[in-house]
Design a protein around this ligand. Structure first.
Ligand code: ATP
Ligand code: MG
Length: 354
């Protein structure tokens, strides 16, 4: 018999299609870890309702899009389990109990929540449920009691909350001593592991548009109209790269340019396998010896080489939405077996197993 593999959980909100930020932030890691871990990938459709509750059709389409992107990117349903959040009733049940373990001011200090309210222009008019989503995410993770969670940098505050809830639950309901080291909670009789975060090669890939009013480059995001998608065709990639924000002070190819904080070079560093060319060209850019046009042309080639095989595989899956739905349903069955077991145990520890 082979030893039981450790478990991994991560996922995406269906608010659009997968983009290059997902690729370097999380998907690359998922594909690399498929054999070492028992992998669960959640499509968090309930969380999509927090910002677009009036668009159920779009959310439905996006669930299918993300599942299709997973398959095209190389997530193998024979080895990994992909499923839709709302098919797992144990998650909202756990969310309710977990929400008691998070002080309200603690939630409001979560920097990712603050950033999202600002960057998505939510003002003070977001629904109550928006604040519930990080708690829901704690339940998404803990329902599977995974060892690691591969995510981008913006998820660190949510994962920190997950770790806090797990410690608190274990202390309150499983009588684990509060001085226990994170790695020892399970050994000491706790139900929930204190999960590890695994960050991708890019912790936070920037988008292709210019900085916000505060001079910061925004992260590439499905919702911000600044993404290159894993499903973009070569023409679309070329158009996006040609329009990409670079050094605004540089008016012609012979002007010295700035490499730092310049998406053109951030993307080359991240995706161009020819490191020598990148290093030399950055030097030429600084000295006004290479134009944006030439550097962008090269970047288009690099991105098309990465994305086109994914897009080609996607075209095959796109023709079989029924097959994709079947994979999601089978995934939900496997996911429910584990999440229900977690809920059952959690209720037992909370003395609510009647
Ligand atoms: P939304 O705009 O709806 O928030 P998103 O593009 O931020 O969408 P999510 O579904 O929220 O995507 O995130 C899914 C995963 O991808 C998370 O682990 C997140 O950290 C990671 N991720 C998203 N954008 C980036 C990025 N630009 N760089 C690195 N990782 C990213
Ligand atoms: Mg996000």
């Amino acid at each position: 018999m082979t030893a039981k593999k450790p478990r991994l959980l991560t996922g995406d909100t269906p608010t659009g299609r997968l983009h290059l930020g997902h690729w370097v932030g999380s998907i690359e890691n998922r594909i690399a870890l498929q054999d070492q871990y028992e992998c669960f990938f959640i499509i968090a459709n309930m969380h999509a309702f927090t910002t677009r509750m009036e668009k159920p059709d779009e959310i439905r389409q996006s669930v299918l899009d993300i599942a299709t992107d997973y398959l095209a990117a190389g997530i193998d349903p024979k080895r990994s389990t992909m499923f839709v959040q709302s098919d797992i009733p144990a998650i909202p049940e756990l969310t309710f109990f977990f929400s008691m373990l998070i002080p309200y001011p603690r939630l409001m200090r979560n920097p990712t929540i603050k950033d999202e309210i600002r960057d998505k222009g939510l003002g003070d008019n977001y629904p109550f449920g928006f604040l519930l989503y990080p708690v829901g995410q704690v339940a998404d993770v803990l329902a599977f009691r995974p060892e690691i969670v591969p995510v981008g940098e913006d998820q660190i505050p949510h994962l920190e909350m997950t770790r806090e809830v797990a410690r608190r639950f274990n202390q309150l309901y499983c009588n684990v001593d509060s001085h226990t080291e994170d790695k020892d909670y399970l050994k000491k009789g706790g139900l929930f592991p204190i999960v590890d975060v695994k960050l991708g090669r890019a912790r936070r890939l920037v988008g292709i548009t210019g900085p916000d009013a505060h001079g910061n480059l925004l992260k590439m995001s499905k919702s911000l109209n600044n993404a290159i998608f894993l499903s973009d065709d070569p023409d679309t990639i070329a158009k996006k790269v040609r329009a990409m924000y670079t050094d605004p002070k540089r008016l012609k190819a012979t002007d010295p340019g700035t490499v730092e904080n310049n998406p053109l070079w951030i993307f080359h560093e991240m995706f161009n396998p020819d490191e020598k060319w990148v290093a030399e060209s950055e030097e030429r850019y600084r000295n006004g010896a290479i134009g944006d046009v030439e550097a962008k042309k090269k970047l288009i080639d690099v991105l098309v080489a990465l994305i086109e095989p994914i897009r080609q595989r996607r075209l095959v899956f796109e023709k079989e939405p029924e097959e994709v739905l079947k994979i999601l349903r089978e995934g939900a069955e496997k996911a429910n077996a584990i999440a229900n077991e977690t809920l059952h145990l959690a209720k037992k520890y909370m003395k609510q197993n009647f």
